[in-house]
Design a protein around this ligand. Structure first.
Ligand SMILES: *Cc1c(COP(=O)(O)O)cnc(C)c1O
Length: 408
């Protein structure tokens, strides 16, 4: 039995010292293990958000914690002014993991947050466009999709079509063309001689786990090949096991030129991101042209190496696939019973649309919280389910039983 009822402990809701750029659910967490977290009053919850997929391996994974603990006692930061003994091993390991899945021998450029990886990919693509493709100076364009989410920097929100993300933050960075997501012909039409890259999420997580048609990625790859344009896959949320494959692009057998990785790469312990892709593209970034004080730091590399080790066995991807079949079946039965309007699911990842006349997404989340299950709404009446890949089948069933109860 939990020590307290779920939903009783919440501290930070409207403190005057904390910027109000989030609207968290009313719970204050104090500890976590695997798929479970505990609040300050001692109530337990199943975590079905998993840090927006930063916690693919759950809270406190013993292998990841051991790697972090060991590294804390050795050295944690050198800056890139000096090399350290885990930097090349990290790059080698990540390149090896990515090698069969990108279009050419890979190189790794470590950063910290997802947004920084996206910024890095944009800079590399532009510089490649000028240095290699011969685009006229300052004319480079990048084709992106409607409904995208690539982070929160001023350049990245410049090509968002979400009013909340953009309004009040101009002037915006030029050089982006937004076309409808899932429409490969629109991508092809938007490409011209100034275009250096097409930047897309394989599956749009923030948008509510929106899965494009099966022919989309192969057709976009073909359009990029024909026009000599880089294909950049933002795998920050979709990558590293979530979809049942190491990278989501594998679902369609497509090899991007560059991938951005983040979130789960830091094992939920430290922020670790990277751009991984064609060495002849990332190679345009030479000494002095790009950098980061913390990118590739020893602690990040220690945790990142341990994460890559977990993924190298394929065991978590396999788990996401098998449990994902079960998740999909259970959601289908909710849909058959009329309790959810629509859902989209792949691996251990689902977007569930509830009837907006019955609930907002937030109402479902608050009621689930009171039942000891944590999820988060995204865009109106959609809730995203992204349990840690280590979740037990019984725990997944427990969470889905409670979702059923709430929707009834
Ligand atoms: C979360 C996310 C980002 C941004 O990552 P941060 O670490 O929050 O900067 C970028 N792209 C996608 C697809 C994401 O899901």
């Amino acid at each position: 039995m939990p020590a307290a009822a779920p939903g009783a402990a919440h501290a930070a809701g409207s403190t005057p010292t904390l910027a109000q750029n989030y609207h968290p659910l009313p719970v204050t967490l104090a500890s976590g293990s695997g798929a479970w977290v505990r609040d300050t009053a001692g109530a337990d919850y199943l975590d079905l958000l998993a840090g927006y997929s930063a916690l693919n391996f759950g809270h406190g994974h013993p292998t990841l914690l051991a790697a972090a603990h060991a590294q804390l006692d050795r050295i944690t930061l050198t800056s890139r002014a000096f090399d350290h003994d885990l930097l090349v091993p990290f790059a080698d390991a990540l390149a090896a993991l990515a090698a069969p899945r990108v279009a050419g021998p890979p190189m790794v450029l470590p950063m910290n947050t997802g947004a920084e990886a996206v910024e890095t990919a944009i800079k590399a693509a532009r510089k490649w466009g000028y240095d290699v493709k011969g685009v006229a100076p300052d004319r480079a364009t990048i084709v992106v999709a409607s409904g995208n989410f690539h982070g929160r920097t001023t350049t990245i929100v410049s090509f968002s079509d979400d009013a909340d993300a953009r309004t009040g933050f101009g002037p915006f960075t030029p050089g982006f063309r937004i076309v409808p997501y899932g429409d490969a012909a629109a991508v092809r039409d938007a490409i011209d001689e100034t275009t250096v890259a097409v930047l897309l999420e394989p599956i749009q997580g923030e948008q509510g786990v929106v899965i494009p048609p099966d022919d989309y990625w192969p057709a976009v790859r073909a359009a990029c090949d024909e026009a000599g344009v880089l294909l950049v896959a933002d795998e920050i949320q979709s990558g590293l096991g979530r979809t049942g494959t190491t990278f989501a692009c594998e679902l369609w057998g497509v090899r991007p030129d560059l991938m951005t990785l983040g979130k789960a790469l830091g094992g939920g312990i430290v922020p670790v991101s990277a751009v991984v892709g064609r060495a002849d593209v990332l190679g345009v970034l030479t000494y002095g042209t790009h950098g980061s004080t913390f990118g590739g730091n020893p602690l990040a590399c220690a945790v990142g190496l341990a994460v890559i080790g977990l993924l190298a066995t394929g065991e978590h991807q396999e788990r996401a696939r098998t449990l994902g079949v079960h998740l999909r079946e259970r959601l289908q039965s909710l849909a058959d019973d009329g309790l959810v309007e629509r859902f989209r699911a792949v691996g251990l990842w689902a977007g569930v649309d509830v009837d907006p006349a019955r609930f907002t997404g937030r109402e479902v989340c608050v009621r689930l919280l009171e039942q000891g299950v944590l999820v988060k709404d995204t865009h109106g009446s959609t809730i995203r389910l992204a349990p840690p890949l280590v979740i037990g089948r019984d725990d997944l069933d427990l969470a889905l039983d409670r979702l059923t109860l709430v929707l009834r």
